[in-house]
Design a binder for this molecule. Structure first.
Ligand code: HEC
Ligand code: HEC
Ligand code: HEC
Ligand code: HEC
Length: 501
């Protein structure tokens, strides 16, 4: 066989063809790479087999058009992955650390608090939790379901929040999904929760002007944020007016004298942090370098040569190469070690804060019992409020500080300092009232003992929940099925309602 060199020597034009061909190929590869990169920037339009109606809440109906995204979304039903600190298993945080029961005495979190799991379970978990045995406003449904935009469109956001949680039960049945983040006609990312747009507007920012890369985080910031229920109408509000940091939000809450509850032991006016994932993340290096939530939690995936966004939003540690490998060249072992190193340190500080806070609440209780006055206790209670807010701001955020390790550590350092300062001031009050120090600690070595100590009747709460699950929930589901059977493109057999336990 003739070699290429011989051929080129005899016929020079072959050389030119090879040369130009190579140029074209390199240019083509460059174009392809650019187009892959640019795909993040462009909106995605696809022919829909089954046009999706406005406000269509059923994920399976959207899924008929976008089977890959739908199937990967359905994997949020998996609960088998457990990482060192996170994952999708239903870990019982109160059993793991019963001091939490003391920290939340007088507030429903002391009854039941489990680790978050996939979006698929949002409806099941809010129905099941013992926290929803208390009467609640409609606002509590806001971050759980694709039915929320639909019902808000029908009744208006203010009426939605004001309604009773139980009254909206038959309407809110489909778990978080496509409608929450996408426009049904163009599939562009969109914001469906007014609270986010309103909070940005109060900060002088128009969310409609957000860049595409910003939208890849903002869709998550509809729910993965700190919020509170404002006024009698329980209007969902993000406390961002003064800024995103723990201190800025605290200043906001203090300025309007807001409290979530009065602590049952210390009588401190408490704040409960929700999950300021977006806010904490925004203080970290990844956000500052323009990385979005979707970059790590929704990496691209290839199936049969087709590239799509993996909608199995979960711990990125399940798939380090896809989630981190796009940007980092380190080995998976090293990246995992880096994540754990940050989380372990944050956890160590969280434990110190928890311990100081549990002591502070119990010592304050002893001070009240010894006859301490309001005037003596006021500065102590403010310290406890501010210390626990800072602890909770980090504890309630997901990822054990990985999203912004240095900021998490800074806030926890301040939490510990304030809790210990409260205890020093309490020591003075206790001594003035002739209480011997140290104040003895009760036996709170298990969740059950801690719940008994704060005076919870768990048997009654559990019985009430069982009653609700057996008698009320089936009615809600029956009403929802009847309503949806009348909708177009319905396929009831494919319903993805979470099954009852
Ligand atoms: C640089 C990558 C990265 C980015 C960007 C990122 N995360 Fe994470 N996220 C992680 C890692 C790592 C964990 C820890 C997972 C674990 O411990 O199993 C995590 C954990 C979580 C968890 C808890 C998951 C679990 O299984 O425990 C949630 C919820 C979460 N992130 C939401 C968000 C949101 C919302 C954003 C954007 C505001 C975001 N993340 C941005 C890497 C990232
Ligand atoms: C929590 C928000 C969220 C939910 C819920 C969600 N998506 Fe997405 N989706 C995204 C993001 C972010 C992207 C990436 C968009 C981009 O960068 O242009 C995306 C991309 C897409 C795309 C464009 C093609 C691709 O794969 O990149 C389609 C189609 C899509 N999603 C369908 C769905 C369907 C179907 C569902 C419901 C089963 C759904 N999405 C649920 C956030 C979401
Ligand atoms: C409509 C509200 C809503 C939106 C939008 C939303 N989430 Fe969530 N997310 C939740 C709720 C509620 C849970 C907890 C569900 C449970 O435990 O039942 C959750 C749980 C999670 C978890 C934990 C899953 C696990 O297996 O541990 C991750 C990770 C997560 N969300 C990431 C994201 C990311 C990334 C985005 C944006 C692309 C996003 N979420 C958008 C409400 C939302
Ligand atoms: C889209 C790109 C991108 C992705 C995806 C990404 N990173 Fe990063 N990461 C960065 C950049 C940029 C920095 C900042 C480093 C710099 O500027 O030198 C960084 C910094 C870090 C650091 C050191 C910063 C610190 O203060 O802790 C760690 C650790 C890290 N990344 C881990 C991860 C892990 C784990 C994942 C996957 C879950 C991940 N990254 C995903 C771009 C990315």
């Amino acid at each position: 066989m003739k070699s290429i060199v011989e051929l080129v020597e005899k016929k020079p034009w072959v050389g030119w063809i090879l040369y130009l061909g190579t140029l074209a190929a390199v240019f083509g590869i460059g174009l392809l790479a650019a187009s892959i990169f640019e795909r993040r920037q462009e909106s995605f339009r696809v022919q829909q087999v089954n046009p999706i109606a406005d406000w269509e809440p059923r994920n399976e109906v959207w899924g008929q058009n976008y089977p890959r995204e739908y199937e990967s979304y359905m994997r949020t039903s998996e609960t088998n992955f457990k990482s060192k600190h996170g994952g999708s298993a239903e870990t019982d945080y109160l059993a793991e650390d019963p001091r939490l029961v003391v920290l939340w005495a007088g507030y429903p979190f002391s009854r039941d608090y489990k680790q978050a799991r996939g979006h698929f379970y949002a409806i099941k978990d809010i129905r099941d939790t013992l926290r929803t045995t208390a009467p609640l406003p409609g606002t509590c449904w806001t971050c759980k379901s694709t039915d929320v935009p639909r019902v808000m469109n029908e009744m208006g956001a203010a009426n939605f929040y004001k309604a009773k949680w139980a009254d909206l039960g038959p309407e809110i049945v489909n778990p978080i999904g496509c409608q929450d983040c996408h426009d049904p006609k163009t599939m562009n990312l969109r914001i469906t929760r007014p609270a986010l747009a309103e909070a940005m507007a109060r900060r002088g920012q128009d969310i409609n002007k957000a860049t595409h890369q910003e939208m890849r985080s903002l869709v998550c910031a509809q729910c993965h944020v700190e919020y509170y229920f404002q006024g009698e109408g329980k209007y969902l509000t993000f406390p961002w007016d003064k800024g995103f940091s723990a201190e800025d939000m605290e200043a906001y809450y203090d300025s309007i004298d807001f409290k979530d509850w009065t602590h049952a032991l210390s009588k401190a006016p408490m704040l409960k942090a929700q999950h300021p994932d977006y806010e904490l993340f925004m203080t970290g290096i990844h956000a500052q370098r323009g990385v979005s939530c979707a970059d790590c939690h929704m990496p691209y995936k290839s199936e049969g040569g087709i590239k799509f966004t993996n909608h199995h939003m979960a711990s990125p540690l399940q798939n380090i190469s896809a989630s981190c490998g796009v940007c980092h060249r380190e080995s998976e072992e090293n990246l995992l070690r880096d994540v754990h190193a940050r989380q372990d340190r944050v956890k160590e500080l969280l434990q110190l804060a928890q311990d100081a806070l549990a002591h502070a609440h119990i010592e304050a209780k002893a001070a009240w019992e010894a006859g301490a006055t309001e005037a003596e206790m006021k500065p102590v209670l403010t310290l406890i409020r501010h210390a626990q807010w800072r602890w909770d701001w980090v504890a309630a955020a997901n990822a054990f500080g990985f999203h912004s390790p240095l900021e998490a550590a800074r806030v926890l350092g301040n939490s510990i300092a304030k809790a210990e300062q409260a205890r020093r001031e309490l020591a003075i009050v206790l001594t003035a009232h002739h209480v011997a120090l140290p104040v003895p600690m009760p036996d709170i070595s298990t969740k059950e003992k801690a719940q008994a100590y704060i005076g919870l009747d768990m048997a009654a709460i559990e019985a009430q929940k069982l009653e609700f699950l057996e008698n009320v929930v089936p009615q809600w589901d029956a009403e929802a099925k009847a309503r949806e059977a009348k909708l177009p493109a319905s396929d009831a057999s494919k319903s993805n309602y979470p099954e009852k336990k």
